[in-house]
Design a protein around this ligand. Structure first.
Ligand SMILES: C[S@@+](CC[C@H](N)C(=O)[O-])C[C@H]1O[C@@H](n2cnc3c(N)ncnc32)[C@H](O)[C@@H]1O
Length: 396
């Protein structure tokens, strides 16, 4: 298989993230050929797929197209797939996992399509090489993705493997963390570029603060990982991978002129956030405080204050959170003038308790929970327009 030839590349992401993924892709100089609900199509070589894996902040996976064909049923699927030169892509002594999206009346369970696809791959390799690779659900080695809608099939090399949201820095899991790719998406939606202070009360495991620091330092998130699906493609261009890493490393800024303040009331969360920041190599930028969010020190000047409070679904009970949300409104008004405030929440009723007028409301999904990124302009006295306070029980 000639991987120096450009082909379709499917980038996947969470619902609501596509516009921000599109901007990232275009900024890297790749064309956006088609936008989907959960991703988009671009075009490039396998080496381009390597660069996308290392650079993108909001994508979950990078799939490189091998072949498109038609199949009516699982037997047709097998017959088409067994013709492909898998022995040139997957090591006969390796390991392969298959995932799929299947919308075909002949197949009620996508696991059956995965099995047929896996059979075709290992049968083909066994026929050509006299030995067959192992297979199973482990995504950390060779990975293949099948898309099958009605009679249209597309088979891809999953060049990512474990989702890109697993950056590798979150060693200590806490309750209800944001996915790293979602945290990056809401920061890019807020147009965060690192040109102001960043304040993150209720930081939990530190995802928002760490992603904000990575953006401010222009540090590509893929530099934190050392295993990707493309590394298990036979004959992948290791020299190109090392060159891409080197040039991305050269682009990293050493420091920021602004402060990053992360706080949480829970000492374990602060310790986890600190450790995670160290693993991500951004701890030298971040200052941590164990305190109630109301006591978070806010540096003089301008910047963003970003809060992801509990929703009352998975963490605290909704009632006890009412005071937290109204307290956030007071904290913004009292201590954050001159900043732009952001609250990321999956509970719109609680969001009304903030009592400030939103300047923007963007829809995201945190897993299956519909969420909002709410933006508040917190004008200080030197600006013409005062912030608008509305009744606590009403819509803004
Ligand atoms: C939804 S979690 C934040 C998750 C975080 N975005 C992450 O990715 O890990 C909410 C955090 O708020 C903290 N918290 C709850 N009440 C607080 C309060 N009154 N003051 C400060 N932190 C509080 C909790 O300890 C928890 O870590």
């Amino acid at each position: 298989m000639d991987f120096s030839v450009a082909n379709k590349i499917l980038l996947t992401c969470a619902r609501g993230v596509v516009p921000f993924l599109q901007k990232e892709v275009e900024r890297l100089g790749f064309p956006v050929q088609q936008s989907l609900q959960l991703g988009l199509f671009t075009r490039g070589t396998l080496n381009d797929a390597i660069a996308l894996n290392l650079s993108l902040r909001t994508a979950n996976r990078v799939h490189f197209l091998l072949h498109e064909f038609r199949a009516e049923n699982p037997d047709h699927l097998y017959q088409q797939l067994v013709k492909l030169p898998w022995e040139g892509i997957i090591d006969s002594r390796g390991y392969v996992s298959v995932t799929s999206s299947v919308m075909n009346d002949a197949v009620s369970d996508s696991r059956f399509a995965n099995l047929k696809c896996k059979d075709a791959i290992v049968d083909r390799i066994a026929a050509k090489k006299g030995e067959r690779p192992d297979s199973g659900p482990d995504h950390s080695r060779s990975a293949v993705y099948l898309y099958w809608k009605e009679n249209d099939c597309a088979i891809y090399v999953d060049t990512t493997g474990e989702s890109l949201s697993r950056r590798g820095y979150r060693k200590i899991p806490l309750q209800a963390p944001m996915q790293e790719t979602l945290a990056a998406a809401v920061l890019l939606a807020a147009d965060w570029r690192g040109d102001g202070h960043f304040v993150n009360p209720m930081c939990g495991s530190g995802t928002l603060g760490i992603e904000a620091a990575l953006i401010a330092l222009n540090k590509a998130p893929g530099l934190l990982r050392h295993n990707f699906g493309f590394m298990h493609v036979k004959g992948y261009d290791k020299a190109a991978y090392l060159d891409i890493r080197k040039s991305l490393r050269a682009d990293i800024r050493k420091k920021s002129d602004f402060d990053f303040v992360l706080s949480d009331i829970d000492g374990q969360a602060v310790a986890a956030a600190r450790q995670n920041a160290r693993t991500a190599g951004v701890d030298h930028l971040l200052k941590f405080h164990r305190c109630d969010f109301r006591e978070t020190p806010v540096p003089q000047g301008r910047g963003m204050v970003f809060v992801n409070p509990g929703y009352g679904v998975r963490l605290e009970d909704e009632r006890s959170l009412e005071g937290v949300y109204s307290g956030l409104g007071d904290f913004f008004k009292r201590k954050c003038l001159g900043y732009t405030g952001y609250i990321f929440t999956g509970n719109l009723m609680l969001a009304k308790r903030v009592g400030l007028k939103t300047s923007r409301r963007l829809i995201f999904y945190n897993g299956s929970i519909e969420a909002r990124l709410l933006e508040y302009e917190l004008y200080d006295g030197s600006r013409a327009k005062p912030h608008t306070v509305v009744q606590k029980d009403g819509a803004e």
